[in-house]
Design a protein around this ligand. Structure first.
Ligand SMILES: [Zn+2]
Length: 359
């Protein structure tokens, strides 16, 4: 099919079309199971429906429990019918009456039968979404702390939006699970971290453990295929970018910073790189053309400022020195969560507001 330069699709609206309705229009008969629906997976030769169609607050995607693949409404239609991105958008726009198509390319034909031989081999590049959804809970150590500092309902909303989980690991309960979910709704990795919930401890509100990767732990314990390879090239919060296409983005390093930031400043859409060195073009690609406020941790300001300079064609980046001028002089490691939590603790008259050490 030839390139249609004059065609513009309203992709945010297309991605918001009910994925269950899309499946029906494509000839499937999705069956309700619990709060979701299931249908046959177009990514593998699926004899028993194993593709979960998930529609809930902040989510509209599919995920296959069997092969680990999935995506949004557009990628589902593309895979279902072997369509190009343009063809899938054209069909969705026309079928669901969403305008903004210019140019008159012929309607793509729906494929009548799948050819199982052409399907790709199952590969666990992503962690099955149902394994992540089962863990979603505000009982984790970070949310327990945040519940005392912010409105509990807001903490629950943020927990649901970012799919924060609660997990028991190495004899300790209430680890916080941070899933990195990409723009297609696929879980790239799961970071787990435990926070000190004792208000009398000098580490209160800070991590009291090293962090772990749950995908690797599950793989090592035989819960996921041993050849699985999970990516770290995904922003924490990336799945929310399509849901809020016009919102100014705040980019930070740690997922904890993104969560605390989202509670204090919901006017921004908060995403995190996960570590200092993931400030790379490949990782930041989903921010293309967005307005992005970059808030590096205090000890990363020069590095991030320098890196962002080389990426200024990608998005409208503004780098903030917030963590430099808000930090007490003696705290070389200081981040946006340190500042917000410190302010909140002072407001709540809780002790230890100056005990910020390593993050
Ligand atoms: Zn599948």
């Amino acid at each position: 099919m030839k390139t249609e330069k004059s065609t513009h699709f309203d992709t945010p609206r297309l991605r918001a079309i009910s994925i269950v309705e899309v499946a029906r229009k494509l000839g499937d008969t999705p069956r309700r199971v619990g709060i979701n629906h299931v249908t046959h997976c177009p990514w593998h030769d699926d004899h028993h429906p194993s593709l979960s169609l998930v529609e809930k607050t902040g989510a509209n995607y599919c995920h296959c429990f069997s092969c680990g693949k999935g995506g949004d409404v557009i990628s589902f239609a593309m895979q279902h019918e072997d369509w190009s991105f343009q063809d899938a958008c054209k069909w969705l726009s026309s079928t669901f009456g969403i305008s903004a198509i210019q140019g008159a390319a012929p309607m793509p034909q729906r494929k009548s039968n799948h050819n199982p031989e052409e399907r790709k081999e199952p590969a666990y590049t992503y962690i099955p979404m149902p394994m992540v959804e089962r863990l979603v809970s505000a009982d984790n150590s970070l949310c327990q702390i945040l519940m005392k500092l912010f409105h509990p309902e807001h903490v629950k909303m943020v927990t649901e939006a970012y799919l924060l989980g609660n997990y028991s690991l190495y004899g300790k309960d209430n680890w916080t699970v941070f899933p990195s979910i990409d723009a297609q709704g696929r879980v790239c990795n799961l970071k787990v971290q435990h926070y000190d919930t004792d208000p009398h401890s000098p580490r209160y509100t800070h991590s009291d453990s090293k962090s772990y990767w749950l995908g690797k732990i599950w793989k090592d314990n035989g819960l996921l295929p041993e050849k699985s390879e999970f990516s770290s090239k995904c922003l924490f919060g990336e799945h929310l970018l399509y849901k809020y296409p016009a919102q100014t983005v705040a980019l930070v390093e740690s997922p904890k910073n993104a969560i605390v930031g989202a509670l204090e400043h919901p006017e921004y859409l908060w995403v995190a790189t996960g570590n200092k060195t993931s400030l790379q073009r490949e990782v930041l690609e989903p921010l293309r053309s967005r307005d992005v406020l970059v808030i590096p941790d205090r000890d990363a300001i020069p590095l991030w400022r320098q890196t962002i300079k080389t990426l200024d064609d990608l998005a409208n980046f503004v780098v903030s020195d917030y963590c430099e001028y808000m930090a007490p002089d003696d705290q070389k490691k200081f981040d946006v969560a340190d500042h917000i939590i410190s302010k909140r603790l002072q407001g709540a008259s809780v002790v230890n507001q100056n005990q910020y050490t390593e993050f």
